[in-house]
Write a protein that binds this ligand. Structure first.
Ligand code: GLN
Length: 510
């Protein structure tokens, strides 16, 4: 029974809950049991809620009382630790925030609770969302359920692994340069970075405010749409929040799955992103997905985005600059950790605390960002990077004048081995080659599983990008491709992941 429940998509589980075939307490217990059985190995969670069953019981009571409940009421949810919560600690993967409990809930968390979702716990991440592997977490790495010796991507590797390991049907993530989409790619799951301003960032511990966006992490495109409908929309507490009404993304996904949205769809392929930069199996899976879509009437159009190749360089000036400013608030006075220095000044305490509280990647980026913003270099570095950002926005505008979506592989390689890139920051940064342009331009992106790489049998994702505010288009196209592939495979890609066995390794280092 437990195994049946955890393998349902959120949409399927929601149906069973509504029909009262399954109670939310049963569903919640099934996922907590699964966490108990496999998370010692996977380490997707930093904290598991002790209130989940009570919250679920309350939903069951309300359902029994015939209260009107939202479509996802009673479905469990994992929450990336970058999002603050009143009933669980929020560390953003950092020692400096160890044990920190927020006095308020992030808007996306408050909306999830109001919709009757059941928070299961907080998921692991690279410290302050800096990284592509979850190895920069101060609390140890998360492991990829497809191969426990490999990374689950990052920074949101915990959320992706939780969903891929059937520890949660749904999760929340944040994407500043790819942290939802790249983990989706390497774990065979679905991840969406909404249009900048489409989902509130209030209560999301800021990494780089002009790039950060919160979004859904799921196993199906429809589930992502359902969760996006819950968390999205205007929030007066976020000054960058778009005030307009949005269409239903779940509806868009349903339309995509049944209709013929691929007929006549113009899919742009960026000619400046050469196949040679991608692992063979990643490039092959990408081409095959395009060919399948073409067979359904889509048109593959070569499109130009000449400035994409500068995106990573520009991003690694803009992000550290904004991060160095955002992280200045961790000053040993207002939040989290403080290391006492007997007889020391305030500056001494601050400096010793920050030295002890931040990990090496965070320090690297603070130094880089402060340097890029310093008076003598501001124009040369930060100023130039902002100009490149404008050129990338123009590339998108020109491309979208003649195509409906742009498609790229979601990342250049499949999941790499734990330890493989940790000492080589540049090669880690380059893993975000195809995801970063969307953050610089504020446009939405989705990663959908496209197959397994022949050489290593690991999952590969295809990314679709659409113009700002056209998130619904991504759900239509993503669901259309997913439906084709599910037909062909006889199920989801994630159903082919190797079985994880209950372990008693409980957090033990492997
Ligand atoms: N991997 C990218 C980085 O290290 C993206 C991080 C993110 O999206 N939060 O900055």
């Amino acid at each position: 029974m437990t195994d049946d429940i955890i393998r349902l998509s959120a949409a399927q589980l929601a149906e069973k809950l509504a029909a009262r075939d399954v109670s939310s307490v049963e569903a919640t217990r099934a996922h907590l049991d699964r966490i108990g059985a496999v998370d010692g190995d996977v380490h997707a969670f930093l904290h598991v809620s002790d209130r989940a069953v009570d919250v679920a019981a309350d939903i069951d009571r309300r359902r029994a009382a015939r209260e009107e409940l939202g479509p996802l009421a009673g479905v469990p949810l994992a929450i990336k630790d970058v999002l603050v919560t009143t009933d669980m600690p929020s560390t953003s993967g950092s020692k400096i925030l160890e044990g920190y409990v927020s006095p308020f809930d992030a808007t996306v968390v408050a909306r999830s609770r109001a919709a009757g979702l059941v928070p299961l716990g907080k998921t692991n991440m690279d410290e302050f969302a800096m990284g592509s592997s979850t190895e920069h977490s101060a609390y140890g790495p998360t492991r990829n359920p497809w191969d426990l010796d490999r990374v689950p991507g990052g920074s949101g590797g915990g959320s992706a692994a939780a969903v891929a390991a059937f520890e949660a049907p749904l999760a929340l993530g944040s994407d500043t340069g790819g942290s939802i989409r790249q983990p989706a790619h390497v774990t065979g799951t679905v991840g969406v970075k909404p249009t900048y301003g489409g989902v509130s960032r209030y209560g999301s511990i800021a990494l780089a405010s002009s790039l950060d966006q919160v979004g859904p992490v799921t196993r199906t495109v429809l589930d992502a749409g359902l969760l996006h409908d819950v968390i999205g929309g205007h929030d007066p507490n976020d000054a960058t929040s778009i005030p307009d009404a949005w269409p239903s993304f779940a509806e868009a996904a349903r339309e995509g799955a049944r209709g013929d949205v691929l007929k006549g769809l113009r899919i742009g392929v960026v000619k400046e992103l050469p196949d040679s930069g991608f692992q063979t199996g990643v490039a092959a899976s990408f081409r095959e997905a395009l060919a399948r879509m073409e067979a359904q009437g889509a048109q593959i159009v070569e499109t130009s985005a000449p400035h994409f190749e500068y995106a990573v360089a520009a991003y690694y000036l803009i992000l550290p600059a904004e991060a160095s400013s955002n992280l200045a608030k961790f000053d040993s006075v207002r939040f989290g950790m403080r290391v006492d220095v007997p007889g020391g000044t305030v500056e001494d305490v601050m400096s010793v605390t920050r030295d002890a509280g931040f990990g090496p990647e965070v320090k690297r980026r603070i130094i880089l960002g402060t340097y890029a913003l310093s008076a003598g270099y501001y124009d040369a570095y930060y100023g130039s990077a902002q100009k490149v950002r404008t050129l990338i926005q123009r590339d998108f505008a020109e491309a979208f004048a003649s195509v409906d979506v742009i498609a790229t592989p979601s990342a250049p390689t499949t999941a790499f081995r734990i330890g493989e890139k940790i000492d080589d920051p540049l090669s880690m940064y380059l893993n975000d080659l195809t995801t970063i342009p969307a953050n610089l331009a504020g446009v939405p992106g989705i990663s959908v599983p496209s197959g397994l790489a022949a050489e290593d049998g690991l999952p590969v994702g295809i990314q679709f990008l659409a113009p700002a505010r056209e998130d619904a288009r991504l759900y239509r196209v993503g669901a259309a491709l997913e439906a084709l592939l599910v037909d062909e495979w006889g199920g989801l890609l994630i159903d082919r992941a190797p079985e994880l066995h209950a372990s008693d390794a409980k957090g033990a280092a492997r």
